[in-house]
Design a protein around this ligand. Structure first.
Ligand code: NAD
Length: 265
């Protein structure tokens, strides 16, 4: 399988280049970066400290989509929406890891799912996808006297908050309770906020250092507290999951799939 990496010089992009290189039956067929990136023209193998593979970093996404069976995208929301349109135009598999998309960008992705096989997940680790199921189950069992709070911490470079994974955990809790997250989410607390509203799902965001991604969902009742925690120690888990998703999607009909579909959960 010919796999292309957009945003190839980013933190996740470099992980993905390395992950594809170790996969039997797949190879890196190209990579792009935003125009003007300082690594433009560099060999993609050398970019990750390996031997040269004879493929240079470019800014031509259209040519990359035309040349590849699957593209993996951990970039920025505006670029991801443009890439989803290219996936629709070319029928190329697209695996989306970018978080922080707005409703219009999400609409472009949903429409592209009519024309090509797309996988989108806020988190490509097996563990987080298991935790999503556990959180939904706990929220279904526990009454709303148990206050749900989602706590996350990430490295100081992260630009969106709460994290896509925290929001996905909130969605899972809301689904378990049979409510819509948008109706009960409490994402910012500052000053005289008043008492906590029963049934709300609260979020707290920490940023600092090189934390890859910590998430805890708390169910705080009277006299007891249940906490479900996932800690990512390396970005390799996301890269491995995204490559697995690309290979899986290569055999699927057009559609917008989730990591749960890939894992068969
Ligand atoms: P990063 O800033 O290190 O990398 C993003 C790269 O995209 C940069 O190198 C940037 O130059 C490049 N880029 C921007 N516009 C582009 C364009 N038009 N074409 C090609 N490349 C372009 O960020 P990161 O830490 O690698 O994270 C990237 C995204 O992935 C974020 O939204 C983050 O939240 C998300 N993420 C998701 C998961 C997951 O499992 N779903 C895991 C980790 C990170």
């Amino acid at each position: 399988m010919k796999i292309g990496i957009v945003g190839a010089a980013g933190r996740m992009g470099r992980m993905l280049l390395a992950a594809v290189a170790t996969e039997d039956g797949a190879h890196v067929a190209g990579g792009t970066e935003a125009a003007g990136h300082p690594d433009m023209g560099r060999d993609l193998g050398e970019l990750v400290g390996s031997d040269a593979i004879g493929v240079a970093l470019t800014s031509d996404a259209r040519a990359l989509f035309a040349a590849c069976d699957a593209i993996i995208d951990f970039t920025v929301p505006a670029a991801t929406a443009a890439h989803a349109q290219l996936a629709a135009d070319t029928g190329t598999v697209l695996v989306i890891g970018t978080t922080g998309l707005d409703a219009a960008q999400q609409g472009v992705i949903a429409a592209a799912g009519q024309k090509a096989a797309l996988v989108q997940a806020a988190n490509y680790s097996v563990g987080v996808n298991l935790v999503l199921g556990l959180v939904e189950q706990a929220a279904r069992i526990l009454p709303d006297a148990y206050d749900i709070e989602v706590l996350e911490m990430h490295h100081h470079h992260k630009v969106d908050a709460p994290s896509g994974t925290a929001l996905a955990l909130g969605e899972a809790a809301a689904a378990g309770r049979g409510v819509t997250l948008g109706d009960v989410a409490d994402k910012v607390r500052d000053g005289i906020t008043g008492a906590r509203k029963r049934g709300d799902i609260g979020f707290a965001t920490l940023r600092g250092g090189d934390v890859v991604g910590d998430h805890t969902v708390m169910f705080a009742g009277t006299g007891e507290r249940i906490e479900i925690t996932h800690k990512a120690a390396s970005r390799e888990i996301f890269a491995a999951g995204a490559v697995r998703a690309a290979i899986w999607a290569g055999t699927q009909k057009p559609g917008l799939y989730s990591m749960k579909d890939v894992l068969g959960f």
